[in-house]
Design a protein around this ligand. Structure first.
Ligand code: 2AM
Ligand code: CA
Length: 265
């Protein structure tokens, strides 16, 4: 299955590069106010779903654009283009993200960032790789020495409590912040030690599932803001593990402050 996954995700990556070569003619529509979907997202997902269904007709599939296709104990989780806004604007920070679950555990993952020339892969218990070479998280252990990525999916979804107060508190503590626009790329950059971590709110399983296994297999940690998995996807904190507790403390401080303010007479 690993070889099959690599084959289809590389082919999907090439499809996006072909669309990228004629971006001016790319059809783009809005799912919601600022949530874009391009003809490339739909074409790539159709391609992946049809290849998986042909090869593994009894497997379930969950894709960002086409939703749920029911099946047996295996489930493929697909984000055809994670970072559609970056893609539509001609920026290289987008990826195709695919995870394979068995009985609700992610056992295989691949994130292909074709415009960066990088294919990240992981198999549960067997390490993480970029273009076939092993990757590991960075050893930095203090937020003040760390660069973290974040994103603002929550704002696009108009939720009440957003990432902005956390961003405001975290930014002066960190060495610096990056905002690439693909949660899957952010998690892989953490896995290979270019970032110490990433946090975001209001994501979906297809944004995170593959990157979380890749980060875990590279020695990192991916949890919700409380260190568990209860609210994962709603609250994602992926780090090299060394800064995890300190980052959770900063986020908890922000949330406590807001709770107190809300309760004040
Ligand atoms: P997408 O490009 O597949 O939509 C960047 O902040 C991250 O948020 C990306 O993983 C992006 O995935 C996701 N994202 C963007 N808009 C979103 C929305 N409206 N709801 C949920 N996630 C979103
Ligand atoms: Ca996505």
């Amino acid at each position: 299955m690993e070889q099959f996954l690599k084959e289809i995700i590389l082919e999907a990556g090439q499809m996006t590069l072909d669309f990228r070569a004629r971006l001016d003619k790319l059809a783009v529509r809005r799912k919601m106010d600022k949530d874009l979907v391009s003809e490339a997202d739909v074409a790539v997902e159709d391609f992946l779903v049809s290849r998986i269904q042909k090869r593994y007709p009894d497997h379930a599939i969950f894709g960002e654009e086409s939703g749920q296709h029911t099946g047996g104990q295996y489930r493929w989780i697909i984000d055809p283009i994670d970072g559609t806004t970056s893609f539509v604007h001609g920026q290289p920070y987008y990826s195709i993200s695919i995870a394979l679950e068995q009985a609700q555990n992610t056992i295989l993952a691949a994130v292909n960032a074709p415009a960066l020339g990088e294919l990240y892969t992981a198999r549960l218990g067997h390490g993480a790789f970029v273009n076939g070479s092993p990757i590991h998280v960075s050893p930095r252990s203090r937020l003040s020495d760390s660069v973290m990525a974040t994103g603002f999916a929550c704002i696009r979804r108009h939720s009440g409590f957003t990432n902005l107060p956390i961003f405001n508190r975290m930014t002066p503590i960190l060495r610096d912040v990056r905002r690439y626009g693909s949660a899957a790329v952010d998690l892989c950059y953490t896995a290979c030690g270019r970032l110490e971590g990433f946090w975001e709110m209001d994501l979906k399983i297809y944004d995170v599932a593959a990157g979380a296994l890749i980060l875990h297999e590279a020695g990192g940690r991916c949890t919700d803001f409380s260190g568990g998995s209860a609210r994962l996807y709603n609250e994602v904190l992926g780090t090299n593990g060394h800064i995890h507790t300190e980052a959770m403390g900063v986020i908890a401080g922000v949330i406590e402050g807001i709770d107190k303010k809300n309760k004040a007479p």
